[in-house]
Design a protein around this ligand. Structure first.
Ligand SMILES: Nc1ncnc2c1ncn2[C@@H]1O[C@H](COP(=O)(O)OP(=O)(O)OP(=O)(O)O)[C@@H](O)[C@H]1O
Length: 294
């Protein structure tokens, strides 16, 4: 008789229809490891969140997620503050797969399935934004909003580059807003074009951009980018790639456990690539980690 339980959560619309094949492969690997496996397929938004909640309630040992960042984000939202949180395994099937990159999870599904043979779990920080959770980052500003304008066609042709291009376009528009940032008993006012609040170091699919954001350090890493001249924008892009964003003169940086941000006019946030909520927002990092196989 199988001694432990595993749940596969699969978004069949991710990964250009290959999801079904990978799902069967994972099922077989888990069964060989003596897991009793249940398979849950998503049909719409929030299905993955609900399945993850069920997995926590039933004390399932391992949840294997097959999907893009959106699906993984839902699973994190279903587990974040539950007392019992199953171990997570991720087969990245999205376009950007920011989270998988941040954790060095193999991007080729065949290789990501081999992670199950090692069972090497890594504790990972989870950020909280108002009543939601994130495992990558939150963006605030026009650049964040621009990412919603990336079409499915651009995404499939250009991948992560599509977001990068939209971002650069917005940078040159100088869409400045006022932000009041409160943290560690200090309150400061800034004129900014973008605020990034991260728990991992990967932005728009590019690893180590936010190099100080270790995945398990228990901190939020906050970068407030002030207005830039065109020349400074070019220099900023170089700093992005070098991972030294925080050292830029036009960037204010904090490492903190809790922060609140109030913008005028109110801005929509972008949480892990999905549309979030309007500011004012309260952000924090959870005391408890989620264990992820890498
Ligand atoms: N069966 C389905 N058919 C179509 N859409 C679905 C289905 N199940 C879930 N979804 C939607 O897909 C969203 C998540 O997609 P996911 O991020 O996994 O893949 P992706 O869009 O390919 O990834 P990326 O954002 O990296 O391109 C869910 O939040 C949900 O709204």
């Amino acid at each position: 008789m199988a001694s432990q339980q595993a749940m596969i959560i699969v978004n069949p619309s991710s990964g250009r229809e290959k999801a079904q094949q990978y799902k069967d492969d994972i099922k077989e690997i888990l069964q060989q490891q003596d897991y009793e496996v249940s398979v849950r397929e998503t049909e719409k938004a929030y299905d993955a969140l609900q399945f993850a909640e069920e997995a926590s309630q039933s004390k399932i040992g391992l949840v294997s997620v097959l999907g893009g960042d959106g699906t993984v984000n839902e699973v994190i939202n279903g587990l974040a503050e539950k007392e019992y949180r199953p171990m997570l395994h991720i087969i990245p099937l999205g376009t950007v797969n920011n989270f998988a990159k941040a954790l060095n999870i193999p991007l080729k599904p065949e290789e990501a399935s081999h992670v199950l043979n090692e069972m090497n779990a890594r504790p990972v920080d989870v950020g909280k934004i108002n009543d939601h959770y994130f495992m990558n980052l939150v963006n605030i500003g026009a650049i964040a909003e621009a990412t919603y304008q990336v079409s499915a066609d651009q995404k499939s042709k250009l991948g992560p580059l599509a977001y990068f291009i939209e971002g650069v376009k917005k940078f040159s528009e100088h869409d400045i807003f006022a932000a009041e940032i409160e943290h560690d008993q200090q309150k400061e006012a800034y004129q900014v074009i973008l605020i990034i609040i991260a728990v991992t170091d990967t932005l728009a699919g590019i690893q180590h951009v936010l190099s100080e954001a270790e995945v398990d350090d228990g901190y939020l890493h906050v970068y407030a980018i002030k207005d830039l001249t065109n020349l400074e924008s070019v220099s900023m892009l170089t700093q992005f790639v070098n991972g030294s964003l925080k050292d830029q003169q036009q960037v204010a940086y904090w490492k903190t456990k809790e922060i609140s941000v109030h913008t005028t006019p109110s801005k929509i946030t972008n949480i892990d690539g999905d549309e979030g909520e309007s500011t004012p927002i309260k952000l924090s990092v959870l005391k408890q980690h989620i264990n992820i196989l890498t």
